[in-house]
Write a protein that binds this ligand. Structure first.
Ligand code: FE2
Length: 207
């Protein structure tokens, strides 16, 4: 399934304009994640995203996001929107550089968030579910082994290792001026990090 990071793909001047657009907003959807609609920033970044794809990118949904706590493993696909392509644009961060971990495992149904060994959390789009991906036989391409030890220690020690049983993947550094694009049926999460990061997350159909 498609998954690629394109480094040095958006000029810093455009990144600065998009950050300025975010900072000009005065209301956010949730106080904890500071989500807000991409607005005009979509049109600033779209030409830089489009050039990597032969098919026209049809915008379906998206938001700015700013957070200090890693996101749980989740997917973003909505069957009714056919919004299978995620484009994540890192904008700025403080502290240590985080990575976006994109696993090899996929969930072909409507998007969910695995709450691991935490209490179930309500998410409006990526429905919160109990437990870990390996508890769900519908998760495709599971290995039958613990997650690679080196990969776990480098990116995922904020959660217990057994919560990633059956999983494998890659990590893209949260590098401003890069574009991360991937099939959002692939399970993904934030690496461990300390600090705050701001990005733009866009979902497209390629049909
Ligand atoms: Fe996501």
């Amino acid at each position: 399934m498609f998954r690629q990071q394109f480094l040095n793909s958006i000029p810093q001047e455009i990144v600065d304009l998009v950050v300025k657009d975010y900072e000009s907003r005065n209301n956010y959807e949730t106080s904890t994640m500071n989500k807000t609609h991409p607005g005009d920033s979509l049109f600033l970044v779209l030409p830089y995203c489009q050039k990597f794809f032969d098919n026209e990118l049809k915008f379906k949904a998206g938001n700015f996001y700013k957070h200090t706590i890693p996101y749980f493993p989740h997917t973003d696909f909505r069957i009714n929107l056919e919004s299978e392509l995620n484009v994540v644009i890192p904008l700025q961060y403080t502290g240590e550089q985080a990575s976006l971990v994109i696993f090899d495992q996929a969930w072909m149904n409507d998007s969910v968030t695995w709450c691991l060994n935490h209490d179930l959390i309500y998410f409006s789009v990526n429905t919160g579910v109990k437990g870990k991906p390996s508890d769900y036989p519908d998760v495709q391409f599971q290995t039958s082994e613990p997650i690679d030890e080196h990969f776990y220690f480098k990116y995922l020690t904020h959660e217990d290792r057994d919560l990633y049983f059956g999983m494998s993947g890659v990590a893209f550094p949260f590098q401003p001026t890069s574009i991360m694009a991937f099939d959002n049926r692939l399970i993904h999460c934030t690496s461990k990090f300390k600090g705050e990061k701001l990005g733009l997350s866009l979902r497209f159909s390629l049909k």
